[in-house]
Design a protein around this ligand. Structure first.
Ligand code: NOJ
Length: 718
């Protein structure tokens, strides 16, 4: 399609409508063709609706085809709509929440899962997913932890790239869809972990910690980027000229589409940054936001801004060309339905291949936190009790698109399928709600069942709607009813594994001692129960590691491993501090379970790391290596992690930062040498003006099995 020729035929009104996106229900008209409810409340005219560029939130192939048909009849120039959707961890076949996939430390897995999601979404009529979300998260109170791959920018970057590659591929297949990285920028740093709250941070932290993962996604060729709801340097992102034009467009060279978040234009009024919708349109135009999601400031005021000379038609054209170019890239002008097909939906949704991949995802995302000889359960175990509020529900997390809990394999179902129903029993134990109080009858039934069972799988956690957008929590522990259940069951049966279903790290310090074993399944998706059975029975091992620190208590939030060093550090991160050091009176500084931590059914050990030479220069490199040994009786895979500390620098640097990791397959008793090449890009940082700084001096390289590794090899950059 000659999109420039097409653009030349468009009126200003049509261009502004291309730059607007509305919910699918806003595009529906009544049977006489009149503008109805949602569209009327946005004061959209029939002409606006006819020329609208894109929509979101619709129900699948049939609806998409019907809507596109209607649209093509009314759009004067025959420009197809783009259909967008939050395909976050699967479309109909649901895989673990992104935080879980982060725990896999397996970008190839992320890529394959994203490919599967794209395929199902494409046949379901989607051409753009609002994913990956790469916001750095350090505060487990924030509900949107579940959407991120965790607290580390390096891991987030690898996962972002993998997701973009999985969704978009090279667009050679009709099953590829465009990706949209979000939420630019620093949305994960909402104060107090409360969603939509203000963000305030230094440019030093922005450049060093928060921006890198978005940058990796744009470098990977992501076609769209979504602005965040929050402020950056006191200016809301959708109207932030510095952020969008200077950083994103000019410095990073991002040429894709910038879309606002839902209603974020008009929220600039609530921020007190704009007085009215006219000012919202002006701020967003000046900042360079191409598409306005779910409000009508561009449509209402774009023309006036043009007439007043505040914006030029060339600027509008730039945005519209980007939108038309994506439609063209996706082949929408040749086939406005693209891959949408109700028949293919039937063939692909929940097909055995997709279920198998979802199961692999769930297995590789589960983290074993504690195991005092409970696991693996024996294949010949005779009476297994699957108990708890999440024993038969809770597999599907927030943002699950068209995924259905009823199509998911629950923990109970998974254990029944693995062992046969005659060997497995169920009791609910208590309610799922966060404020649930113990129900005596449920509790008694569960304890009685546990007392006559040979093993207990105790399924605990948080409801689906206790994490995700707008679902922040001030208390991130288990409910009182669940804690009572844990304690009462521990009294009668020690052969008990607690299994956690959650969308964030939970604070477990007050209950972990009552759990002989504990594993985190996150919200594992459609095949959660079958993955659980495979893991608990040792048919596969736990290989995932924590992508976020698990705190002792919510009072430690935000807590993350790569903190900067204080002038009065605690003498021991795991003990209560001494006077006049940076400490709490009632809790260690460090987490209960650190970033990078997780157990397997064998024990791994690493030797103290050694460097190949004492120094390197900026153009050179050196190698750090350590021997990793499988000390146990089972073959498995260790996740060996490299962290680096810059000992003295002109800016205070983190205690350590993840710079690499490698999964090493080891037979029982086997040892292997793992080596990492250190190059100077791993030693540099950003100053407050976004310049790369590389300073000579001493560095420490840690090679170990979690971020808590203490042994380091020293070298110098000369
Ligand atoms: C608001 C959310 O913040 C964003 O992540 C999502 O993509 C949009 N709504 C569209 O659903």
């Amino acid at each position: 399609m000659d999109i420039k020729a097409l653009l030349s035929k468009m009126t200003v009104e049509e261009k502004l409508a291309q730059m607007s996106q509305f919910n699918s229900n806003c595009l529906d008209k009544d049977s006489d063709g009149g503008v109805t409810g949602p569209a009327r409340s946005l004061s959209l005219t029939e002409a606006d609706i006819a020329a609208t560029g894109s929509t979101l939130n619709f129900k699948g192939a049939d609806e998409m085809i019907r809507m596109q048909d209607e649209h093509m009849k009314q759009d004067r120039l025959g420009i197809p709509l783009l259909f967008m959707m939050d395909v976050i961890h699967g479309f109909r076949t649901i895989y673990p929440i992104p935080l879980g996939v982060g725990a896999s430390f397996d970008p190839d897995l992320m890529k394959r899962l994203s490919e599967m999601a794209a395929k199902e979404a494409a046949v379901g009529g989607v051409q753009v997913t609002f994913s990956p979300m790469v916001d750095l998260v350090r505060d487990a109170r924030w509900g949107r932890c579940m959407e991120s791959t965790g607290e580390d920018k390096y891991l987030n970057g690898l996962m972002a790239k993998a997701a973009v590659e999985g969704y978009q591929g090279d667009y050679s297949s009709k099953y590829n869809i465009a990706a949209c990285v979000k939420h630019f920028a620093a949305y994960g740093a909402a104060e107090s972990g409360r969603d939509y709250n203000s963000v305030d941070m230094s440019e030093y932290s922005l450049y060093n910690d928060y921006l890198p993962a978005y940058k990796v996604a744009t470098d990977a060729g992501v076609d769209m980027l979504m602005t965040s709801f929050n402020l950056i340097n006191g200016v809301p992102s959708s109207g932030n000229e510095w952020l969008l034009r200077e950083v994103l467009r000019d410095r990073w060279g991002f040429g894709g589409i910038i879309i606002s978040d839902y209603n974020a234009f008009r929220e600039m009024k609530s921020h007190g940054f704009c007085a009215d919708d006219y000012e919202c349109a002006r701020a967003a135009f000046k900042a360079g936001t191409d598409i306005e999601m779910m409000s009508n400031c561009y449509i209402k005021f774009g023309k006036r801004l043009l007439e007043e000379g505040i914006i030029t038609e060339a600027q509008i054209d730039e945005s519209v060309l980007r939108i038309l170019a994506l439609k063209d890239k996706l082949g929408m002008f040749d086939n406005p339905y693209r891959a949408a097909s109700a028949e293919e939906e039937k063939a692909l949704f929940l097909c055995p291949e997709h279920r198998a991949l979802a199961r692999e995802g769930a297995e590789k995302s589960a983290v074993l936190l504690k195991n005092e000889g409970v696991l693996p359960l024996s294949e010949s175990v005779d009476r297994v009790a699957v108990i708890g509020p999440f024993a038969d529900v809770g597999m599907i997390g927030f943002w699950s698109c068209h995924g259905k809990e009823s199509e998911a394999v629950s923990a109970y179902r998974g254990m029944c399928d693995a062992l046969g129903e005659e060997r497995v029993s169920y009791a609910k134990g208590c309610d799922t709600a966060s404020n649930a109080k113990s129900d005596e009858a449920l509790l008694r039934e569960a304890v009685e069942l546990a007392s006559r069972s040979s093993a207990v799988v105790l399924c605990l956690g948080e409801e689906r709607n206790m994490s995700g957008e707008s679902n922040s929590r001030a208390d991130i522990g288990l409910s009182d009813a669940q804690k009572t259940l844990v304690r009462e069951i521990a009294r009668v049966n020690k052969n008990c594994v607690s299994v956690l279903y959650c969308g964030r790290p939970l604070a477990l310090a007050d209950i972990i001692d009552d759990m002989p074993a504990c594993a985190v399944m996150w919200q594992p998706g459609t095949e959660g129960g079958s993955a659980l059975a495979n893991l608990l029975l040792g048919r596969c091992d736990f290989t995932a590691r924590l992508p976020m620190s698990f705190p002792y208590t919510v009072g430690q939030a935000p807590i993350y491993y790569n903190r900067t060093r204080t002038g009065r550090p605690a003498h021991d991160e795991h003990a209560i501090g001494k006077m006049y050091s940076s400490h709490y009176l009632d809790c260690p500084n460090g987490p209960l379970f650190p970033f990078g931590y997780g157990l397997s059914y064998t024990a791994f050990e690493t030797s103290a790391p050694e460097v190949s030479k004492d120094s390197m220069n900026a153009d050179g490199s050196l190698t750090v290596c350590a021997t990793v040994t499988n000390k146990g009786a089972r073959d498995s895979a260790a996740l060996v992690q490299l962290y680096i500390r810059d000992v003295v620098a002109s800016r205070v640097r983190p205690v350590k930062e993840l710079k690499g990791f490698e999964r090493v397959e080891l037979k029982a008793g086997e040892s292997k040498v793992v080596s990492f090449e250190i190059t100077s890009d791993m030693l540099s940082f950003k100053d407050s003006s976004d310049n790369d700084v590389l300073e000579a001096g001493e560095f420490h390289a840690f090679v170990g099995l979690s971020s808590d590794e203490k042994r380091a090899a020293s070298f110098r950059l000369v």
